[in-house]
Design a protein around this ligand. Sequence first.
Ligand SMILES: C[S@@+](CC[C@H](N)C(=O)[O-])C[C@H]1O[C@@H](n2cnc3c(N)ncnc32)[C@H](O)[C@@H]1O
Ligand SMILES: Nc1nc2[nH]cc(C(=O)O)c2c(=O)[nH]1
Ligand code: SF4
Ligand SMILES: [Mg+2]
Length: 208
Amino acid sequence: MEIKQAVEKGLMLPLMEAFYTIQGEGTFTGHPAYFIRLGGCDVGCVWCDVKESWEAAKWPVLSVEEIVDGALQYPGRLVVITGGEPLMYELGPLTALLKEKGFTTNIETSGAHPFSGQFDWVCFSPKKFKEPHPSIFEKADEIKVIVFHKSDFDFAEKHAKKVQPSCKKLLQPEWSKSDKFTGEIIDYIKNHPDWNISLQTHKFMDIP
Ligand SMILES: C[S@@+](CC[C@H](N)C(=O)[O-])C[C@H]1O[C@@H](n2cnc3c(N)ncnc32)[C@H](O)[C@@H]1O
Ligand SMILES: Nc1nc2[nH]cc(C(=O)O)c2c(=O)[nH]1
Ligand code: SF4
Ligand SMILES: [Mg+2]
């Protein structure tokens, strides 16, 4: 089978990097996790902290077996699939193999592409730069909105209306604007206690 067809089927995927670290953001903050960062994103967030991931063709294409072998080298059994935008790919084969090997599977996604894969926890981080695909709303376990502008509070409320009632609601300051917006998020959630704050704690710890 050609590589292009194998990627379409999700049997091979472009891998930018993979690393064992501590989940820095969201509900699983503090948990050791193996991160699988797939290459390629067409969302184009102006403040994206991994712009080098955007061009899929820059990254080697690996089989899902090779990717899962990487994860098996470490003692932790939590995997976070991120990117780039991981839902640009069919994630069924990768997540099926991870589940078969006993991993808990989490995803970080903008939700801008149709949902695929078997996930234990879905972090949905909607973006103004590309509308979410409707398939994400029933799948999201947490909605994590990045606050870069004051209008992002209304954007967060608008998207939070579309997820399941059990979905956790998180506001995370955009890193370069965190001096301004951390305080505003604190005031906001004290007045809107259904929201929680999420910080990029790995950046404070200076770890990947
Ligand atoms: C790099 S993205 C990759 C996954 C997916 N494309 C997404 O956006 O959810 C991983 C997480 O980092 C967040 N993020 C990216 N750049 C950020 C920044 N400058 N400040 C705060 N969070 C950021 C995203 O919103 C997302 O929740
Ligand atoms: N430690 C750590 N935690 C993270 N949580 C989400 C990340 C991401 O880039 O998807 C990330 C990351 O890049 N590093
Ligand atoms: S969707 Fe995610 S990876 Fe893509 S540009 Fe936005 S933050 Fe970066
Ligand atoms: Mg990151």
